[in-house]
Design a protein around this ligand. Structure first.
Ligand SMILES: Nc1ncnc2c1ncn2[C@@H]1O[C@H](COP(=O)(O)OP(=O)(O)OP(=O)(O)O)[C@@H](O)[C@H]1O
Length: 291
């Protein structure tokens, strides 16, 4: 499978925060979700990819090219949706579009008009009079209208209502149908990814915790529930996080096969949601005194 983006040992040091030697790849033709809690380093990683901040170490290749040496060429082929509003507030949608379109050699006006209509964004309104959802939709219409091979979005669905979110997710699914285009987006609304993502990269405190396909996650990770007598010092090591009460335990493991061998039919097994994986990983072990 072709790699569209390859991050290798990417490091960025801020006072009090470090992106620590990130390595992962983004495969062509798939939707790739990037998850992590607030402050985990998602925006910084995306900014490093887009060469908006300077890395301290490592390499980033996009379309097989170094992202710093070939920035202009690469950016022609990326549709980028920012987390923050980056438009001129006083311009209308139409005026702003003209500014953006002028940067792209392969601007496709017909496609832009089609997306604008589909997403219901008013052409004549000033940017400052658009709702948050409309601004995001406008941003997405722009990102999809210059024949980009890679769409990179930083939190495109945060703060949007479920109807708009669904529209955007459906658009992304349609976009990758021919296997030529790739979508990478960060989010902390993990249920969005459960619907549409093929790959998930989880960043935690500036480090890549995993970068796996959804199937690999389903094979490796599981929630195990059982009575308090089942746990001992040795088998506790199987768990990334454990919640214990006097009546039993519930824990997340990434060694599901081993857990099944050890606990057999004395335990109950469930598939974790991405949210549960995040919460257990972040919180680790907790002992509840209450029932
Ligand atoms: N320019 C900067 N100078 C110093 N520290 C910064 C700078 N930009 C980001 N940071 C720090 O880097 C850390 C990661 O921030 P980042 O915005 O990448 O996280 P995030 O995962 O995108 O979070 P969120 O989901 O809240 O947007 C934070 O601790 C932040 O304060």
């Amino acid at each position: 499978m072709e790699d569209v983006v390859v991050l290798d040992g990417v490091t960025k040091i801020y006072p009090g925060f470090q992106l620590d030697s990130l390595s992962f790849t983004i495969k062509k033709g798939f939707i790739h979700g990037f998850i992590g809690r607030n402050g985990a380093g998602k925006t910084t990683t995306i900014k490093l990819m887009m060469n908006l901040v300077k890395r301290d170490a490592g390499t980033i290749q996009i379309f097989g090219l170094d992202n710093r040496m070939h920035e202009k060429e690469i950016k022609q082929r990326i549709g980028f949706v920012y987390a923050e509003n980056h438009f001129y507030e006083e311009l209308t949608v139409e005026q702003m579009k003209r500014v953006v379109a002028s940067f792209y050699r392969k601007w496709d006006e017909q496609t832009f008009q089609r997306y604008l209509k589909l997403l219901d964004v008013p052409l004549k309104k000033k940017i400052k009079h658009l709702s948050k959802g409309m601004k995001v939709k406008f941003s997405i219409a722009l990102a999809l209208s210059h024949n980009a091979d890679l769409i990179v979005m930083d939190e495109p669905t945060s703060g949007l209502d479920p109807v708009v979110r669904r529209e955007i997710l459906e658009l992304m699914s349609e976009l990758i149908q021919d296997g030529e285009k790739t979508v990478f987006f960060s989010t902390h609304i993990t249920s969005d990814l459960e619907q549409i993502a093929d790959y998930i990269t989880f960043i935690h405190e500036g480090r890549i915790y995993f970068s796996l396909t959804k199937e690999e996650i389903a094979d490796l990770y599981g929630i195990v529930k059982g009575g308090p007598d089942l746990l001992n010092r040795e088998n506790r090591k199987l768990f990334i996080g454990l919640r214990e009460t006097p009546y039993g335990f519930e824990g997340l493991t990434k060694e599901m096969k081993k857990a099944r061998e050890i606990f057999g039919d004395r335990a109950i097994y469930e598939a974790p949601s991405l949210d549960e994986i995040m919460v257990y990983t972040v919180k680790g072990n907790t002992k509840h005194q209450e029932a």
